[in-house]
Design a protein around this ligand. Structure first.
Ligand SMILES: C[S@@+](CC[C@H](N)C(=O)[O-])C[C@H]1O[C@@H](n2cnc3c(N)ncnc32)[C@H](O)[C@@H]1O
Length: 195
């Protein structure tokens, strides 16, 4: 199956409203704290190490723009953050980052407006309905430059997600478990080059 049913679409809409409510209440403020920091640090390092200098970066499921906050401004060519929560995008936009845009869009239907050097799913891929995960990834890969870098971060094991990255269009460059000082809290981060 590679289509969303009406019920799926309804659930996605409901989930979007829930994210908006949670962002309004400040529920995701903790993403800026020290426990989460190693995950962003790993992504920042992967971009620095594997990508060309001053890359254009697409952050999918960007939330309030925490990844942009963690990146060295001088090292970015252009940054686009996309999230279906208008509340989180409003908050990211308020930061007035240089050379960055934020856009409200649902990843289930989203086609990036241009090709990017780096595309990041930072704790977002598992929210894509499994009926269309392959289709969404294919569409996104269509907007990653040849030789460009794809980074996927997933909390804990990411059951039902990683198999999509075992993909003939991608070469795996790195796969790391990022641990934190909080017991039981870890992420897996995969870094891939588009062939
Ligand atoms: C755990 S938060 C991570 C936020 C951000 N990537 C970070 O790590 O700082 C997951 C984000 O994915 C977004 N999201 C979930 N489903 C989405 C979808 N279908 N389209 C776009 N964004 C989505 C949520 O609104 C939320 O901001």
């Amino acid at each position: 199956m590679s289509k969303l049913s009406l019920i799926d679409q309804f659930h996605i809409w409901r989930r979007k409203n829930r994210w908006n409510r949670q962002y309004k209440k400040g529920r995701w403020e903790y993403l800026k704290n020290d426990v989460e920091a190693p995950r962003y640090a790993k992504i920042v390092k992967a971009i620095k190490h594997h990508s060309k200098a001053n890359p254009s970066i697409l952050d999918l499921g960007a939330g309030e723009g925490v990844l942009r906050l963690r990146l060295d401004e001088e090292a970015i060519g252009y940054f686009l953050g996309v999230d279906f929560s208008k509340v989180s995008i409003k908050s990211a936009t308020k930061c007035n980052f240089n050379n960055a845009d934020f856009q409200v869009a649902d990843l289930h239907y989203y086609t990036p407006p241009q090709e990017f050097d780096v595309i990041v799913f930072n704790e977002a891929f598992y929210y894509i309905n499994d009926a269309v995960r392959a289709k969404v990834l294919k569409r996104i890969l269509g907007k990653l430059k040849q030789g460009g870098i794809l980074i996927n971060s997933i909390y804990k094991e990411g059951v039902g997600c990683w198999e999509y990255f075992d993909n003939p269009e991608l070469e795996q460059l790195d796969f790391t478990t990022v641990k934190t000082k909080k017991e039981g809290t870890y992420w897996k981060v995969g870094v891939y080059r588009k062939l």
